[in-house]
Ligand binder design. Structure first.
Ligand code: 9J3
Ligand code: ZN
Length: 310
């Protein structure tokens, strides 16, 4: 918060006394300070103090669609030989430490795939103010339940042992993944309810029902997916989430199972908004989620609960 106004400081030196001691200079400084306070509250500075997790400037449609957000990003690779429980990966993180700690997200690739297949999400999300860990799995044929366990092992490594651990708020974590990595994303949220956001991207899982999940979950499907068709994967995943869980479904139009393997503005803008809204509690992003995204050239369908309850 800004300093309390003068009138709420009864113990301070009486106004007439200060004026005599500091004269016109003191009065001018007081006016300038009041003006700064007014401008700060008008431009949202007071909100930043209300929510200690808010990071970066007020968002716009342009800012969430941009190829990069406001933070310069550094990266460091984590050898699979240096960790256990997953296959190593790459950490993308805001270079500056001036804004304090950030929330973090681990991202799993799909069946037969490597971290390179989801690498575009690293700088895209990190530049908006997250620590992002794109991982490799122990083997490329690991199934969704294993990928879920590996996402959690990656988050544990990230906050407990990694070189960026001091930059992360360990209470603000999320998971994402493509295909079987999206199936693993659901598994991770089911087994660790303390996660604050989950986003399966054209997720694949033999388990179609997720009534156990309390983590806010954004399910992203693709209308042309023939490997994890939305009718047998993303749609039942979404529909089986409890109605008491904040949830949304976005179906990409003109998209395939592999659309999440290349940079995609629709995936980025709603993923950024979901992570900001639920990992950072940043309600400035609610405008992009509620009302639900309209059907458009890039969105075939959207579902969800609005307004959000957490
Ligand atoms: O990770 C994926 O792309 C899962 C789709 C798949 O190939 O499942 C068949 C076993
Ligand atoms: Zn189930």
């Amino acid at each position: 918060m800004n300093d309390a106004p003068e009138t709420s400081r009864p113990t301070r030196t009486p106004h007439h006394h200060r004026r005599r001691r500091f004269g016109r200079l003191g009065s001018g400084l007081a006016t300038a300070a009041a003006l700064v306070g007014l401008l700060t509250s008008l431009t949202g500075g007071a909100q930043a103090a209300d929510n200690p997790y808010e990071r970066g400037p007020a968002p716009t449609t342009a800012s969430i669609e941009a190829a990069r957000g406001p933070y310069a990003v550094s990266q460091t690779s984590v050898s699979r030989l240096a960790v256990s429980g997953f296959g190593g990966g790459t950490v993308y993180y805001p270079t500056s430490t001036a804004d304090g700690t950030f929330g973090a997200v681990a991202v799993s690739p799909g069946f037969t795939a490597y971290q390179s297949s989801i690498a575009w999400l690293g700088p895209r999300l990190a530049s908006q103010g997250f620590v992002v860990f794109t991982i490799d799995t122990l083997t490329t044929s690991d199934q969704p339940d294993s990928r879920g366990t590996q996402l959690l092992a990656a988050l544990d490594y990230l906050v407990e042992r990694s070189s960026v651990r001091s930059r992360i708020d360990a209470g603000r974590l999320g998971v994402m993944g493509h295909s079987m990595g999206g199936g693993g994303t659901l598994e991770a949220a089911k087994s660790r309810p303390s996660l604050q956001a989950a986003i399966p991207l054209t997720g694949w899982n033999l388990d179609k029902t997720w009534p156990e999940i309390t983590t806010p979950t954004l399910v992203i499907g693709a209308d042309g997916d023939t490997i994890a068709p939305v009718a047998t994967h993303s749609e039942p995943f979404y529909a089986s989430l409890p109605s008491s869980t904040d949830r949304a479904y976005v179906e990409l139009r003109g998209a395939t199972h592999f659309t999440p393997n290349s940079s995609n503005t629709t995936i980025a803008k709603y993923s950024i908004s979901w992570l900001k809204r639920f990992i950072d509690n940043d309600t400035r992003y609610e405008q992009f989620l509620c009302p639900l995204p309209a059907v458009s050239l890039t969105i075939a369908e959207s579902r969800g609960n609005c307004p959000h309850t957490s």
